[in-house]
Ligand binder design. Structure first.
Ligand SMILES: [Zn+2]
Length: 290
């Protein structure tokens, strides 16, 4: 070995050891599911037994962690409209020895969503002045609701499907309404016949239970820390705003109110202002978390 080669080898060894030392000082961090796509809910778990507080920032969202034994947990997600990219997750863990800050690069992979065409009544594509007033009132109510979420998680265990009918894989589909208005389908449709009992997918507080223009008869549940589930197009609502519900509680009956092509249940998951794939939330095992 030449002297240069020995020097190169020593430098590489030195670099590797330093990198390992840095990794060792970093608390264990896991992101589930590991394949991150636009629309993925993401469970972030940080093993930091001595931390007194953990905060995070990802894709412009503040992450709110809660403690479960030695682990700090945040239920977050990537909005369906986020572009594929390499994103940076920043975490600050406060401890007796001062704050420990570190970052992790998380790749957001390209999604595989379809394009579809739909025909609905013309008033839903080109609403008149009266209808626009109703739409604006609905938007105001929703922004008021989404601005204040419970300061702690209200959910218990894994989320469950709101009806016993098989879902369609329509989340994320790019849609053309009457060949004109393009939109992204931000929920999951269940082909439930009118009158099907719709149940709470997890515990929380009913923050909206009323008729809205596009959503029809709509029920929104706050599950805490910015996480909501939305159920739409009910023929009848059986809960009241402010009511606490547990998983499996009856919310109402499915129907065909609002902007629909026929009876079905539209079920959506929202975290902060991001819309997430309900199918992925249902697959997330939260039983050991809370
Ligand atoms: Zn839908």
């Amino acid at each position: 070995m030449t002297r240069l080669r020995v020097l190169r080898f020593l430098l590489l060894l030195c670099f590797t050891l330093t990198l390992n030392a840095q990794r060792r000082s970093e608390p264990g961090l896991t992101v589930t599911p590991a394949l991150v796509e636009p629309g993925s809910p993401e469970l972030i778990e940080l093993s930091a037994p001595v931390a007194t507080k953990v905060e995070g920032e990802w894709l412009g969202h503040k992450l709110q962690f809660f403690q479960r034994r030695n682990t700090w947990v945040a239920l977050s997600g990537v909005d369906v409209e986020t572009k594929p990219q390499k994103s940076i997750l920043h975490i600050t863990a406060q401890g007796a020895a001062g704050p420990l800050e570190f970052s992790r690069t998380i790749e957001i992979h390209p999604p595989h969503y379809r394009t579809g065409k739909l025909t609905v009544a013309p008033k839903f594509v080109e609403p008149g002045p009266e209808e626009q007033k109703e739409i604006a009132a609905g938007s105001e109510i929703k922004s008021r609701i989404f601005a204040v979420s419970a300061p702690e998680p209200l959910w218990q265990g894994s989320f469950r499907a709101p009806v016993k009918f098989p879902p369609t894989d329509s989340f994320g589909t790019r849609r053309m309404f009457n060949g004109k208005l393009a939109s992204i389908h931000k929920g999951m449709d269940f082909h439930a016949p009118s009158g099907t009992v719709v149940r709470a997918s997890n515990s929380g507080v009913v923050v909206l239970a009323r008729h809205l223009y596009f959503e029809g008869n709509c029920v929104i549940i706050d599950h805490g820390l910015g996480l909501y589930t939305l159920s739409m197009h009910f023929s009848r609502i059986d809960v009241q705003e402010g009511q606490h519900v547990s998983a499996g509680d009856r919310l109402g009956l499915s129907g065909a109110t609002g902007r629909v092509t026929g009876p079905h249940l539209h079920w959506a998951v929202r975290w902060e202002n991001a819309y997430l794939d309900p199918a992925k939330l249902l697959r997330l095992n939260l039983a050991s978390i809370r």
